[in-house]
Each structure stands twice: as C-alpha cells, then as structure tokens.
Design a protein around this ligand. Structure first.
Ligand code: AMP
Ligand code: MG
Length: 317
C-alpha cells in the first residue's frame, strides 16, 4: 500500500476524509477554497463514509491497484465481523424505510469487479432483509441490439432509482470503458470520451438528488484462480462457471489497467470511487454494508410530517 493510499483509507475518521472529498468544484476535480461542500445542481452531495480498510480515490489521484493489498481485513476478526454485519444490515433496513417514506432522494449503489470478484455475493449478503419494495437490482449483461442502437448510457439511465428508492447496479455504465476497451468493442476515441460523459451523467444524477456510491471489489489474481477452481471442482458452483472466464483471465493485466483508468478518471468530489479489498468475503461484506449504512445515515432521510388533525381520530366500526 502506498503512502498516498494509506492517507485516504477509511478509518474511524472516515468522516474527515469525506469532508475533504466534498470540497471541490463539481465536475472539475479542482479543490475549492474553504470548507463548504460544493453544491451540485442545488444539492449538497452526500459523500461516502468509507469503512476501515476501504480506499477512497481522491479526485485527480492516479490509482495503482498493485499497491492496494486485496487481503486486508481492516483489523476485524472473522467471527466478530459476522455479528457486526448483522447490525449493519439492521441499520440499512431502518434507514431504507425512512428513505422510502421521505420520497425525496435516492441512492444508487454501483458494483464493479473482475469475474469472480464477488459482486453477486456482496449484493446477496449486504441487502438481505431489505424491503424489496424499496430496492431494485439490475444486472447488466452484453447489450442487446436494441440497446446498442441507443447512446451507451441509455440502458443505465432507464434504470436509475426514482425518489425513495435504492438502486443496485451489478455491473454498470463502467462496462463501456472496461470490457469495451479491453475487447476493442469500440474505437479508442469513442471509449476515451466516455470518462467525461460518465462524470457528467453522475453529476446529473447527483444534481437530481441521487447519491452515487461506487464500489470496486478488488481481488488478487491468485484469489481469482482459487475461485475459478472452486467453480470447476464443486458441482453446486458449476452454474456459475463460464468457460469464457478462463479466456478473460488471460487479459488480467489489460483489465487492471482499464480499472485503474476508470477509478482515476471517474473519481469526482460528488461520486468518488471506493476500492474494497475483497479477497476475504466476510470482511468485504462488512465494510460495504457499513459504508452504505453510514452514507444513508449521512443522507439523514426523514419521515414526512404527519397529516394534520390525525391525532385522536377515531376509526368507525
Ligand atoms: P456476468 O455478469 O458474469 O453474468 O456476465 C455478463 C457479461 O456481460 C460480462 O462478460 C460483461 O463483460 C458483459 N457486459 C456487460 N456490459 C457490457 C457492455 N456494455 N458491453 C459488452 N459486454 C458487456
Ligand atoms: Mg460471469
């Protein structure tokens, strides 16, 4: 871990880091003088409160994934972490109810990772027990021909969460600068322009009251090997195994480079990337859950005022 990354690691003082990231001219990555958070479209962006061990990428910073230890456990113990995770789920459930009742803002949680990186497992674990009515998960696959007829952001924008909702993207608009770049699915000038377009898109969402939380689940190449081997060896995991993953693995280096560029170019004051050391699933689940709970808490959703004259009303037989 480089010194620079160490500086931005979430810790008990994650709040301090967030305050720092919230300064800055929206969209420019330039720090603003003073300590007031920059407004985005009249909204004060809620910046994530990263849990211990998570690396929040500061706008303008160049990320080196090799410098971030994917096996970190943030100082937690495995058994204790399971109990802590239950408490974080309870917090998310209670805050989600308030967000839904308030019906003013929304939360978009984006997950990106290499194959076997743990996107599905994290979503299953962290959102267990959340009221399905206030929460929608979207998994993005290879675009259909109809989707390819539109601009690249169209299919994602159609699925951003409305007021009161939590939206979860399992893969996202970032695929269009990741797999598209690695597999040469679009010419370089086309995907290069997308970093800026993505920043503008996320700025639009933020300005409209959506808090954008972006998690990159960071695993090591050795860990991927073990997970692929488990999918081959264990019959109940066969359904998860895609032989294409072995081909994609040959492009490991190109994917890491593409991830690094996406993390470096698309960390903005209003939507910074969070790099989660994800070799240890129990640790990953805990810190993602805690970050979501702390961020929802910072949004401070409120139940709406009771309708006038409600007190003492009698319900007739
Ligand atoms: P999985 O998430 O394992 O079900 O696989 C979904 C596949 O869809 C992955 O191989 C992704 O790289 C691919 N995919 C997702 N979005 C895009 C996109 N915009 N362009 C091309 N391939 C994509
Ligand atoms: Mg897959």
């Amino acid at each position: 871990m480089t010194k620079k990354h160490g500086k931005h690691q979430g810790a008990a003082d994650g709040q301090k880091d967030s305050a720092k990231a919230s300064q800055g001219a929206a969209g420019t990555g330039e720090p603003l003088a003073g300590s007031a958070p920059a407004l985005v479209g009249g909204h004060i962006p809620i910046v994530p409160r990263p849990a211990p061990g998570i690396v929040m990428v500061e706008p303008g910073e160049t990320v080196s994934l090799a410098a971030i230890d994917a096996s970190t456990d943030g100082g937690f113990e495995k058994e204790a972490a399971r109990e802590l995770l239950k408490a974080e789920r309870t917090r998310i459930q209670a805050l989600q109810e308030r967000l839904y009742a308030e019906h003013k803002r929304s939360l978009l949680v984006v997950f990106q990772a290499i194959d076997t990186g743990g996107k599905d497992g994290t979503i299953r674990s962290v959102f267990e027990g959340v009221n399905p009515q206030g929460c929608r998960v979207w998994s993005f696959k290879v675009p259909s021909t109809a989707e390819l007829d539109q601009d690249f952001l169209w299919r994602y924008h159609l699925r951003t969460p409305g007021r009161g909702m939590i939206g979860i993207f399992n893969r996202s608009h970032y695929e269009d600068v990741l797999v598209v770049r690695v597999k040469d699915l679009a010419p370089e000038p086309v995907w290069r322009e997308r970093y800026g377009l993505i920043n503008d898109f996320e700025r639009l969402l933020t300005a409209s009251g959506t808090t954008v939380l972006k998690f990159f689940l960071h695993i090591s190449k050795d860990e991927q090997k073990e997970r692929l081997e488990a999918r081959i060896a264990e019959p109940e995991k066969h359904w998860k195994f895609d032989p294409a993953d072995l081909v994609e693995r040959k492009s490991w280096g190109a994917y890491q480079k593409a991830f690094e560029d996406a993390l470096s170019r698309c960390s903005t004051p209003y939507a910074p990337w969070l790099v989660v050391p994800a070799n240890r699933k129990w640790y990953r689940n805990l810190v993602v859950a805690r970050t979501i709970a702390d961020t929802l808490e910072a949004m401070a959703p409120q139940f709406p005022e009771a309708k006038e004259g409600i007190e003492g009303l009698k319900v007739e037989d």
